[in-house]
Design a protein around this ligand. Structure first.
Ligand code: SAH
Length: 375
């Protein structure tokens, strides 16, 4: 019976029109709003403006969204403010842990049933949260699990921020071996193409870097936004005054192969996407990360390493090689160790800084490109 109450009513035939949004929007949350907008929202409730800062501090600094803990807010006002500004945005469906408890993946159900995943990773001296920016993804890269099911919808700013706050709560609670700590890094490398949900993603980055009570007070240097290479959005991001690290998922140095591995390449070619990356580096002063998943006998040939080195030489750039995490049913696998070594050697010989990414979270399908939220 209770199930029935939660099942949305089926629309009548002809009820939906093209200008009506098909889906309801995620609930509005204080993390969607600037500090000034939060004050306005509180005043609209007939409450003093400073309550907005108090509640923001509870959410971002004390990581509390439980009104019963807001002892500086009169009890009679707590539920009213909570309903208005800290509605529940997501609930955990599944938690999976590996790497001796140092990697934790959470599958979240959003208000409309959409599923997304986030991954908390503890390293010596740093804690990284990998977050989703869309439920699903429309970019259709054939080697990526998220790409296979297509795009469900964009996430709101607060839904993105909430993943980081949830991770911050977990790592602060001490359940992860190594004792309580803070989230130092956020990577937009979960489900979705961040640049295809630009406004919400930039809003989320602002909340992450804003000082208390506006936001989490993180350093922009610890934040990485990863993209398939939506060139106009890369140019726009460079002008936001947010010196985040830009990661470009290149995966091939030549258009012929990149057209198939990253289909959006048919719209913006390798030269164009690299120019946008250099533009980003010039404007922000930040070194760009080039992501390159090494796929056996597909993109791991020595000549491609040389071509890649030639295209990157002399630039403010770092290459991140990711051994392919095979997705279910995929015909592709990770490169042979000797081919990987040779690829690294040719890049280094070409004067390009390179590291091979670890494969954290593999056993729980929480590694790069494995997030699929199949429930
Ligand atoms: N849409 C963004 C962020 C998504 S994932 C982007 O494409 O950049 C983050 C990184 O994981 C991207 O570089 C993506 O290409 C890579 N990736 C996707 N599937 C992978 C897989 N199966 N193995 C290794 N890396 C993968």
């Amino acid at each position: 019976m209770t199930e029935d109450l939660e099942t949305p009513r089926k629309p009548r035939v002809g009820e939906l029109t093209f200008d009506e949004p098909r889906r309801r929007k995620p609930p509005r949350h204080l993390a969607d709003l600037t500090a000034a907008e939060r004050r306005e929202a509180v005043v609209a409730l007939g409450l003093p403006a400073f309550r907005a800062d108090q509640v923001s501090r509870h959410y971002f600094t004390r990581l509390s969204n439980d009104p019963s803990e807001w002892s500086d807010v009169p009890a009679a006002q707590r539920d009213q403010i909570a309903t208005e500004l800290t509605p529940a945005l997501m609930s955990p469906v599944r938690e999976l842990t590996c790497d001796e408890g140092m990697t934790r993946k959470t599958v979240w159900r959003l208000f409309d049933g959409a599923l997304v995943e986030s991954v908390l990773m503890r390293y010596p001296g740093r804690v990284t949260m990998c977050v989703s920016s869309q439920a699903g993804c429309g970019m259709n890269c054939p080697f990526c699990a998220t790409g296979q099911a297509g795009l469900t919808r964009n996430m709101s700013t607060a839904e993105i921020v909430e993943q980081v706050v949830a991770g911050a709560r977990t790592i602060a609670s001490g359940v992860v071996p190594g004792g309580p700590a803070r989230v130092s890094n956020v990577v937009f490398m979960g489900m979705g193409e961040p640049m295809a949900n630009y406004k919400s993603v930039v809003g989320a980055v602002r909340r992450l870097v804003e000082k208390s009570p506006g936001g989490l007070g993180m350093s922009a240097r610890g934040i990485t936004v990863s993209t398939v290479g939506l060139v106009p959005r890369m140019h726009e991001l460079a002008t936001e005054g947010l010196p985040v690290t830009l990661a470009l998922s290149l995966h091939a140095p030549d258009d012929e192969l990149r057209d198939t591995l990253v289909p959006v390449n048919t719209r913006w070619k390798v030269t164009e996407v690299l120019d946008a990356a250099w533009d980003y580096a010039r404007i922000t002063g930040r070194r760009v990360s080039i992501e390159y998943a090494l796929i056996k006998d597909v993109n791991d040939q020595a000549w491609r390493a040389e071509l890649l080195a030639k295209r990157l030489r002399g630039k403010l750039v770092h290459v991140n090689l990711i051994p392919l995490n095979p997705t279910p049913g995929s015909k592709w696998t990770a490169s042979r160790p000797e081919d990987e070594r040779e690829f690294v050697r040719r890049l280094e010989a070409g004067g390009v800084a390179v590291t091979v990414r670890d494969t954290r979270g593999r056993e729980i399908d929480g590694a790069c490109g494995q997030l699929a939220a199949a429930e």
